[in-house]
Design a binder for this molecule. Structure first.
Ligand code: RIB
Length: 317
Protein backbone atom coordinates (compact mmCIF):
# COMPACT_ATOMS: atom_id res chain seq x y z
CA UNK A 1 0.00 0.00 0.00
CA UNK A 2 1.37 3.48 -0.81
CA UNK A 3 2.11 5.44 2.35
CA UNK A 4 1.60 9.09 3.28
CA UNK A 5 4.50 11.47 3.78
CA UNK A 6 4.21 15.00 5.18
CA UNK A 7 7.11 17.31 4.35
CA UNK A 8 7.95 20.42 6.37
CA UNK A 9 10.56 22.36 4.44
CA UNK A 10 11.91 24.86 1.97
CA UNK A 11 10.82 25.70 -1.56
CA UNK A 12 13.33 27.52 -3.77
CA UNK A 13 13.94 28.52 -7.33
CA UNK A 14 17.47 27.41 -8.22
CA UNK A 15 19.60 29.73 -10.37
CA UNK A 16 22.27 27.42 -11.75
CA UNK A 17 25.44 27.95 -13.72
CA UNK A 18 27.83 25.27 -14.89
CA UNK A 19 31.52 26.14 -14.53
CA UNK A 20 34.75 24.44 -15.66
CA UNK A 21 35.84 24.41 -11.98
CA UNK A 22 34.79 26.16 -8.76
CA UNK A 23 36.08 29.75 -8.68
CA UNK A 24 38.78 30.47 -6.09
CA UNK A 25 38.26 33.47 -3.74
CA UNK A 26 38.76 36.65 -5.77
CA UNK A 27 38.67 34.80 -9.11
CA UNK A 28 36.26 35.63 -11.96
CA UNK A 29 35.21 32.70 -14.12
CA UNK A 30 33.08 32.48 -17.25
CA UNK A 31 30.45 29.75 -16.99
CA UNK A 32 27.31 28.57 -18.71
CA UNK A 33 24.70 27.75 -19.64
CA UNK A 34 22.62 29.55 -17.02
CA UNK A 35 19.41 27.71 -16.13
CA UNK A 36 16.62 27.97 -13.57
CA UNK A 37 15.24 24.80 -11.98
CA UNK A 38 12.59 24.26 -9.31
CA UNK A 39 14.28 23.20 -6.07
CA UNK A 40 14.60 23.71 -2.33
CA UNK A 41 15.28 20.72 -0.11
CA UNK A 42 11.65 20.49 1.05
CA UNK A 43 10.18 20.68 -2.45
CA UNK A 44 12.79 18.29 -3.86
CA UNK A 45 12.12 15.70 -1.18
CA UNK A 46 8.36 16.10 -1.63
CA UNK A 47 8.62 15.38 -5.36
CA UNK A 48 11.11 12.55 -4.78
CA UNK A 49 8.65 10.85 -2.40
CA UNK A 50 5.71 11.46 -4.75
CA UNK A 51 7.59 9.97 -7.73
CA UNK A 52 8.28 6.89 -5.58
CA UNK A 53 4.52 6.49 -5.12
CA UNK A 54 3.80 8.12 -1.76
CA UNK A 55 0.85 10.44 -1.10
CA UNK A 56 2.66 13.67 -0.20
CA UNK A 57 1.67 16.96 1.43
CA UNK A 58 4.04 19.90 1.90
CA UNK A 59 4.03 22.48 4.68
CA UNK A 60 5.96 25.61 3.71
CA UNK A 61 5.90 29.17 2.44
CA UNK A 62 6.54 30.87 -0.90
CA UNK A 63 6.42 34.55 -1.82
CA UNK A 64 3.65 36.25 -3.82
CA UNK A 65 5.83 36.39 -6.92
CA UNK A 66 6.53 34.67 -10.24
CA UNK A 67 8.82 32.04 -8.70
CA UNK A 68 6.24 31.24 -6.01
CA UNK A 69 3.52 30.73 -8.62
CA UNK A 70 5.79 28.59 -10.78
CA UNK A 71 6.83 26.39 -7.86
CA UNK A 72 3.21 25.91 -6.79
CA UNK A 73 2.39 24.78 -10.33
CA UNK A 74 5.34 22.35 -10.43
CA UNK A 75 4.38 20.76 -7.09
CA UNK A 76 0.72 20.53 -8.09
CA UNK A 77 1.66 18.77 -11.36
CA UNK A 78 3.57 16.21 -9.28
CA UNK A 79 0.43 15.49 -7.24
CA UNK A 80 1.76 17.07 -4.02
CA UNK A 81 -1.04 18.30 -1.72
CA UNK A 82 -0.60 22.08 -1.36
CA UNK A 83 -3.35 22.78 1.20
CA UNK A 84 -0.71 23.57 3.86
CA UNK A 85 1.47 25.69 1.57
CA UNK A 86 1.13 29.38 2.51
CA UNK A 87 2.03 32.56 0.62
CA UNK A 88 3.93 35.32 2.44
CA UNK A 89 3.05 38.80 1.12
CA UNK A 90 5.95 41.23 0.76
CA UNK A 91 8.67 38.58 0.80
CA UNK A 92 10.42 36.87 -2.10
CA UNK A 93 10.30 33.14 -2.73
CA UNK A 94 13.46 31.34 -1.60
CA UNK A 95 16.33 31.13 -4.07
CA UNK A 96 19.29 28.76 -4.45
CA UNK A 97 22.40 30.18 -6.14
CA UNK A 98 24.23 27.14 -7.46
CA UNK A 99 27.46 26.43 -9.30
CA UNK A 100 27.97 22.97 -10.77
CA UNK A 101 31.54 21.93 -11.60
CA UNK A 102 31.07 20.28 -14.99
CA UNK A 103 34.22 18.20 -14.62
CA UNK A 104 32.92 16.37 -11.52
CA UNK A 105 29.20 17.16 -11.27
CA UNK A 106 29.77 18.49 -7.74
CA UNK A 107 28.04 21.66 -6.59
CA UNK A 108 28.22 24.63 -4.25
CA UNK A 109 24.98 26.23 -3.05
CA UNK A 110 24.14 29.53 -1.38
CA UNK A 111 20.48 29.88 -0.39
CA UNK A 112 18.43 33.02 0.18
CA UNK A 113 15.70 31.93 2.59
CA UNK A 114 13.07 34.57 1.69
CA UNK A 115 9.57 33.28 2.47
CA UNK A 116 10.97 30.01 3.87
CA UNK A 117 12.19 31.97 6.89
CA UNK A 118 8.63 32.99 7.73
CA UNK A 119 7.49 29.43 8.46
CA UNK A 120 7.01 29.46 12.25
CA UNK A 121 5.76 27.13 14.97
CA UNK A 122 2.27 28.70 14.86
CA UNK A 123 2.00 27.73 11.17
CA UNK A 124 2.84 24.17 12.11
CA UNK A 125 0.28 24.02 14.93
CA UNK A 126 -2.41 25.36 12.57
CA UNK A 127 -1.87 22.46 10.12
CA UNK A 128 -1.14 19.72 12.67
CA UNK A 129 -3.78 17.47 11.07
CA UNK A 130 -1.52 17.02 8.02
CA UNK A 131 1.26 15.74 10.27
CA UNK A 132 -1.01 13.47 12.32
CA UNK A 133 -2.54 11.88 9.23
CA UNK A 134 0.82 11.02 7.62
CA UNK A 135 2.79 7.83 8.20
CA UNK A 136 6.12 9.68 8.02
CA UNK A 137 7.08 13.29 8.74
CA UNK A 138 10.17 14.33 6.73
CA UNK A 139 11.96 17.61 7.46
CA UNK A 140 15.20 19.45 6.68
CA UNK A 141 16.82 22.55 8.23
CA UNK A 142 16.22 25.30 5.65
CA UNK A 143 13.24 26.55 7.70
CA UNK A 144 13.32 27.68 11.33
CA UNK A 145 14.30 25.24 14.04
CA UNK A 146 11.17 26.35 15.97
CA UNK A 147 9.00 25.15 13.09
CA UNK A 148 10.69 21.77 12.66
CA UNK A 149 10.80 21.19 16.43
CA UNK A 150 7.06 21.92 16.69
CA UNK A 151 6.39 19.49 13.83
CA UNK A 152 8.60 16.80 15.38
CA UNK A 153 6.74 17.13 18.71
CA UNK A 154 3.34 16.73 17.06
CA UNK A 155 4.45 13.71 15.04
CA UNK A 156 6.28 12.08 17.95
CA UNK A 157 3.29 12.46 20.30
CA UNK A 158 1.04 10.95 17.60
CA UNK A 159 3.40 7.97 17.08
CA UNK A 160 4.27 9.04 13.55
CA UNK A 161 7.74 8.26 12.23
CA UNK A 162 9.94 11.37 12.28
CA UNK A 163 12.75 11.61 9.70
CA UNK A 164 15.13 14.58 9.81
CA UNK A 165 17.59 15.40 7.04
CA UNK A 166 19.97 17.62 9.02
CA UNK A 167 20.86 19.81 6.03
CA UNK A 168 22.25 22.38 6.22
CA UNK A 169 23.83 21.34 9.53
CA UNK A 170 23.35 23.57 12.55
CA UNK A 171 23.46 23.14 16.33
CA UNK A 172 20.59 20.88 17.44
CA UNK A 173 19.49 20.37 21.05
CA UNK A 174 19.36 16.79 22.36
CA UNK A 175 15.69 17.35 23.37
CA UNK A 176 14.89 17.78 19.66
CA UNK A 177 17.04 14.83 18.54
CA UNK A 178 15.17 12.64 21.03
CA UNK A 179 12.01 13.07 18.98
CA UNK A 180 13.74 11.88 15.78
CA UNK A 181 13.40 8.30 14.56
CA UNK A 182 15.77 8.51 11.59
CA UNK A 183 18.47 11.18 11.31
CA UNK A 184 20.03 11.59 7.84
CA UNK A 185 23.24 13.55 7.22
CA UNK A 186 26.09 13.54 4.76
CA UNK A 187 29.64 13.22 6.10
CA UNK A 188 30.24 17.00 6.35
CA UNK A 189 26.95 17.54 8.14
CA UNK A 190 27.61 14.60 10.46
CA UNK A 191 31.02 16.03 11.41
CA UNK A 192 29.39 19.36 12.29
CA UNK A 193 26.49 17.80 14.18
CA UNK A 194 28.75 15.49 16.16
CA UNK A 195 31.33 18.24 16.79
CA UNK A 196 33.93 15.73 15.55
CA UNK A 197 37.24 16.34 13.76
CA UNK A 198 37.14 16.33 9.95
CA UNK A 199 37.76 12.92 8.39
CA UNK A 200 36.29 11.09 11.40
CA UNK A 201 35.20 7.64 10.19
CA UNK A 202 31.51 7.46 9.27
CA UNK A 203 30.89 4.61 11.75
CA UNK A 204 32.26 6.77 14.58
CA UNK A 205 30.15 9.71 13.45
CA UNK A 206 27.06 7.51 13.39
CA UNK A 207 27.88 6.21 16.88
CA UNK A 208 28.30 9.75 18.23
CA UNK A 209 25.02 10.89 16.68
CA UNK A 210 23.09 7.83 17.87
CA UNK A 211 24.19 8.65 21.41
CA UNK A 212 22.38 12.00 21.10
CA UNK A 213 18.91 10.45 20.85
CA UNK A 214 17.69 9.43 17.36
CA UNK A 215 16.64 5.77 16.98
CA UNK A 216 18.62 5.38 13.74
CA UNK A 217 21.27 7.35 11.87
CA UNK A 218 21.93 7.28 8.12
CA UNK A 219 25.16 8.82 6.86
CA UNK A 220 25.24 9.26 3.12
CA UNK A 221 28.62 8.62 1.46
CA UNK A 222 27.90 9.88 -2.06
CA UNK A 223 28.83 7.32 -4.73
CA UNK A 224 29.85 4.84 -2.00
CA UNK A 225 26.32 4.44 -0.60
CA UNK A 226 25.22 5.03 2.98
CA UNK A 227 25.88 3.85 6.53
CA UNK A 228 22.85 2.56 8.42
CA UNK A 229 23.30 2.60 12.19
CA UNK A 230 20.82 1.68 14.89
CA UNK A 231 20.69 -0.35 18.10
CA UNK A 232 21.19 -3.53 16.05
CA UNK A 233 24.55 -2.39 14.62
CA UNK A 234 26.18 -0.73 11.62
CA UNK A 235 26.10 -1.60 7.94
CA UNK A 236 27.32 0.12 4.78
CA UNK A 237 24.73 -0.19 2.01
CA UNK A 238 26.48 0.19 -1.37
CA UNK A 239 25.19 2.36 -4.19
CA UNK A 240 25.24 1.71 -7.91
CA UNK A 241 27.84 3.12 -10.31
CA UNK A 242 26.58 5.85 -12.63
CA UNK A 243 28.12 8.67 -14.68
CA UNK A 244 27.36 11.65 -12.45
CA UNK A 245 26.98 14.99 -14.25
CA UNK A 246 25.15 17.08 -11.61
CA UNK A 247 24.76 16.06 -7.97
CA UNK A 248 22.21 18.77 -7.07
CA UNK A 249 19.16 16.99 -5.63
CA UNK A 250 20.88 13.59 -5.23
CA UNK A 251 20.69 13.77 -1.43
CA UNK A 252 17.07 14.88 -1.66
CA UNK A 253 16.24 11.95 -3.97
CA UNK A 254 17.73 9.68 -1.28
CA UNK A 255 15.77 11.27 1.58
CA UNK A 256 12.44 11.44 -0.25
CA UNK A 257 12.75 7.84 -1.44
CA UNK A 258 13.72 6.55 2.01
CA UNK A 259 10.70 8.34 3.53
CA UNK A 260 8.37 6.98 0.83
CA UNK A 261 9.61 3.42 1.38
CA UNK A 262 9.36 3.69 5.18
CA UNK A 263 5.83 5.08 4.83
CA UNK A 264 4.73 1.90 3.09
CA UNK A 265 6.32 -0.30 5.74
CA UNK A 266 9.62 -1.34 4.15
CA UNK A 267 12.53 -2.06 6.48
CA UNK A 268 15.11 0.68 7.04
CA UNK A 269 17.77 -1.33 5.19
CA UNK A 270 15.58 -1.91 2.12
CA UNK A 271 14.52 1.75 2.16
CA UNK A 272 18.19 2.81 2.18
CA UNK A 273 19.08 0.44 -0.71
CA UNK A 274 16.31 2.00 -2.77
CA UNK A 275 17.30 5.51 -1.64
CA UNK A 276 20.89 4.95 -2.78
CA UNK A 277 19.71 3.97 -6.26
CA UNK A 278 17.38 6.99 -6.43
CA UNK A 279 20.24 9.30 -5.37
CA UNK A 280 22.58 7.83 -7.97
CA UNK A 281 19.99 8.27 -10.72
CA UNK A 282 19.37 11.89 -9.72
CA UNK A 283 23.04 12.68 -10.28
CA UNK A 284 22.80 11.60 -13.94
CA UNK A 285 20.50 14.51 -14.90
CA UNK A 286 20.70 18.29 -14.55
CA UNK A 287 18.73 20.29 -12.00
CA UNK A 288 17.05 19.38 -8.72
CA UNK A 289 13.40 18.49 -9.33
CA UNK A 290 13.90 17.58 -13.02
CA UNK A 291 16.54 15.01 -12.02
CA UNK A 292 14.43 13.06 -9.50
CA UNK A 293 13.71 9.50 -10.64
CA UNK A 294 10.40 7.68 -10.81
CA UNK A 295 9.70 4.40 -9.05
CA UNK A 296 9.88 2.65 -12.42
CA UNK A 297 13.34 4.08 -13.20
CA UNK A 298 14.63 3.02 -9.78
CA UNK A 299 13.15 -0.45 -10.28
CA UNK A 300 14.83 -0.79 -13.70
CA UNK A 301 18.26 0.14 -12.32
CA UNK A 302 17.81 -2.20 -9.35
CA UNK A 303 17.04 -5.01 -11.77
CA UNK A 304 20.20 -4.27 -13.78
CA UNK A 305 22.38 -3.92 -10.69
CA UNK A 306 23.66 -6.66 -8.44
CA UNK A 307 22.18 -5.08 -5.31
CA UNK A 308 20.70 -7.69 -2.98
CA UNK A 309 17.16 -6.39 -3.21
CA UNK A 310 14.56 -8.36 -5.16
CA UNK A 311 12.70 -6.09 -7.52
CA UNK A 312 9.26 -7.14 -6.20
CA UNK A 313 10.30 -5.33 -3.00
CA UNK A 314 9.69 -2.13 -4.95
CA UNK A 315 6.02 -2.95 -5.47
CA UNK A 316 3.82 -0.78 -3.32
CA UNK A 317 1.05 -3.34 -2.76
O1 RIB B 1 19.63 19.96 -1.93
C1 RIB B 1 19.62 20.78 -3.06
C2 RIB B 1 18.81 22.02 -2.78
O2 RIB B 1 19.46 22.78 -1.77
C3 RIB B 1 18.68 22.97 -3.95
O3 RIB B 1 17.56 22.69 -4.72
C4 RIB B 1 18.70 24.35 -3.29
O4 RIB B 1 17.53 25.10 -3.51
C5 RIB B 1 18.95 24.09 -1.81
O5 RIB B 1 17.79 24.10 -1.07
Amino acid sequence: MPGRVCIVGSINMDLVVRTPAFPAPGETLAGGPFQTFPGGKGANQAVAAARMGAGVSIVGRVGADVYGNELRAVLAREGVNLAALRTTAGESTGVGLITVDESTGENTIVTVGGANQHLVADDIRSISGFIRSADVLLMQLEVSLDAVAAAADIAHLSNRMVVLNAAPACGLPDSFLNAIDVLIANENEAVQLAGAPEKTHADDLAQALLARGPRAVLITLGAKGAVVADAAGFEVIPSVTVDAIDTVGAGDAFCGSVAAMLSEGKSLHDAVRIGCVAGALASTRHGAIPSLPTREAVGRLLTKSELPLPNPALKSS
